[in-house]
Design a binder for this molecule. Sequence first.
Ligand code: DGL
Length: 273
Amino acid sequence: MIGFFDSGFGGLTVLRSVVDLLPEYDYLYLGDNARVPYGTRSQNVVYEFTRQAVDYLFKQQCPLIIIACNTSSARALRKIQQEFLPETYPDRRVLGVIRPAAEELAERNCRKVGILATEGVVASNIYVEELMNLGPSIKVFQQACPLLVPIIEAGEKEWEGTDMIIGKYLSQLFGQDGEIDTILLACTHYPIVHENFERAVSGKTIVLDQGPIVARKLKDYLKRHPEVDDRLTKKGTKFFLTTDISDKFDHLARIFYGESIHSKLITLESLCF
Ligand code: DGL
């Protein structure tokens, strides 16, 4: 199976796009709902939580894992790829969501990009660094949106307060530069409120989700890496795991994933840190 990991529900937005493009593969999704949000936590804590989740998915025999969480991709992916994998699972692969999104921004020839993300991702400066290499002429502006993940996890997309909070973050972003042409929703939770962002920018700025970008890049990766593709089973199944109440997960996941699902409760090696 292809393992998918997120701190909660957000990765389901990426999984949805991937399943739509690559329906023949088998998928195992793990949401660490018991410890969400990751975006406000330190690098060490995010690394340790992510490492535990990756280890769990590898023990379920996933040859490939997609970290469908920007915070984990920013704070943990490099160390997992450079230290944890070579020492523990040298034949497995872990990919994140930041590199594909940065490549897409560079390919689109954007001039001024707004990155909306968690505090952890903004503090890591990872998008600025990636775009410095991939699209050095692009000007990057960042805005942390710490209130959005809890609102989204609470299923409050329709609440009028959500639009107010989005308006506040956008005015802080456009306060840095009024001519931003493209906004990347650089948190896998934010596509749930994509329409709210579209309404707020009213066609003046392109608003991008990562899901379709990651799906296209993954398809391309699997074509370029037949040695990984050959190890992936293809029966079109999906399994869902959560570290917190599974009834609640099933209810909200239906909204995020667009299909009813039945999740299983699991415990990671240590739920406390
Ligand atoms: N889904 C996570 C991301 O893409 C954010 C949620 C969290 O803060 O845990 O960054």
